[in-house]
Design a protein around this ligand. Sequence first.
Ligand SMILES: Cc1cc2nc3c(=O)[nH]c(=O)nc-3n(C[C@H](O)[C@H](O)[C@H](O)COP(=O)(O)OP(=O)(O)OC[C@H]3O[C@@H](n4cnc5c(N)ncnc54)[C@H](O)[C@@H]3O)c2cc1C
Length: 433
Amino acid sequence: MDETDIDVIDTAVIGAGLAGLLAAITAARTPGAGRVVLFDPHPLGGRARCDERDGFVFNRGPRALYVGGVADQTLTSLGIDLTRGGPPNLAGAGAVDGGTIHVMPQGPGTALRTSLMSAGEKFAFAKAFTRIPRIDPATVVGRTVSEWLDDIGMAGAPRRMMEALIRVATYTNAPDLLDAGAALANAQAGMSPGVRYLDGGWQTLVDALASMAWDAGVERREEPVEGIGRHPDHPRLLALATPGGATARTAVLAVGGPDAAAAVLGDRPPAWSVLGPPVTVACLELGLIQPPARRFILGIDEPTYLSTHAPPARLAPDGQAVVHLMRYQAPGEELSAAQQRSGLDRLAAQAGITPDLVARERFLARMVVSGGLPTAAGGGLAGRPSVEVDGHPGVFVAGDWVGPEGLLFDAVAASAAAAGRQAARRSATMAVA
Ligand SMILES: Cc1cc2nc3c(=O)[nH]c(=O)nc-3n(C[C@H](O)[C@H](O)[C@H](O)COP(=O)(O)OP(=O)(O)OC[C@H]3O[C@@H](n4cnc5c(N)ncnc54)[C@H](O)[C@@H]3O)c2cc1C
């Protein structure tokens, strides 16, 4: 059979989360792209989907967009309006340590007022905190967060506060593994220009990207791709194991993490072994009839977080509120779901949330925030797997565990654009060859 007799997809994008949607749009908009088909048996959006409960929009755990990051730049350049919503309200923010709520140090002023630290510790913290924006993250790549905090002489309460700030900025509770360069870059971005919570939640991003993908001519097939191999008669082409069968010139695997990608590939490229374990969290989502007395609390001796996302974002009926609580899980941590839940219930009570204020709630015991954390031993962000896959010509990967740029959605946006572009260019070259 001649290659021209086969129904060939130019670029198959597997997985329709944020990475797959962005990769498909980029591929379809690349000159000479041809047919781009997006495969996913589930509703669009993956982990960025939202669920509505009685007018409360739950983002499946807290979602904050890093202002000025790769994702913000990418979505803005696509014409998506990210201005509706707002930054977290940190007025009166608390830091809970040993069961007591203290003023959360956010700068020299609050550091002076807090009872979290002794007078000497306040000075050490204020000095380190004001230095952070000026440190070049490249200079600490290859050091773990713990080693870096040792290097700069952080100890006691200031150190625990720094570790808490790094957890918020990276969602990661693994100071002995996480690369300090990756952590510092996100901590700097979190301090300034900061983050935004979006009106309507991240579902608005999914919806906007989906309509752009269809406008660009992307086709959708609601099917899983269970394997990728070479086509038996045309080894230049890829055979996709789908219920309907499919042949493609190139493929972008945007299936959410390295384990899922390895399952489709049928092997795990050795270069992926630099990745650390997945970053996971437990989430408690609360729809409240009014905003809580205290809108933001960070756990210092416990790896916890509480933030009121609505307001500022519109995620609740007028006058009501959505509050997200989270426990950052350490690799190998063995707390039961019930223990984690009761810790988050205690934190909610510390924010003044009494049961009569709760209209809707949802507890998610283990959510995967990122498929694999960038380790110091693995060379930080630069050491993460590249979009090309060794030993699988024509196959590319995208996601929050791929490529040298950013964490979380920023890594998704950067790797999806690179994978989509490279896949489409390669297909275009193959089609004319
Ligand atoms: C609780 C939580 C909080 C977060 N907070 C933030 C935040 O504040 N800021 C930030 O930047 N990021 C945040 N993130 C990270 C961000 O949500 C993710 O990085 C991003 O949504 C991942 O997108 P993805 O497309 O790579 O993967 P996914 O969303 O996991 O999508 C993968 C898709 O692939 C599909 N799929 C899987 N296998 C197959 C197959 N074999 N065939 C076809 N389809 C398949 C799945 O159905 C799914 O739709 C958070 C994540 C979580 C869980």
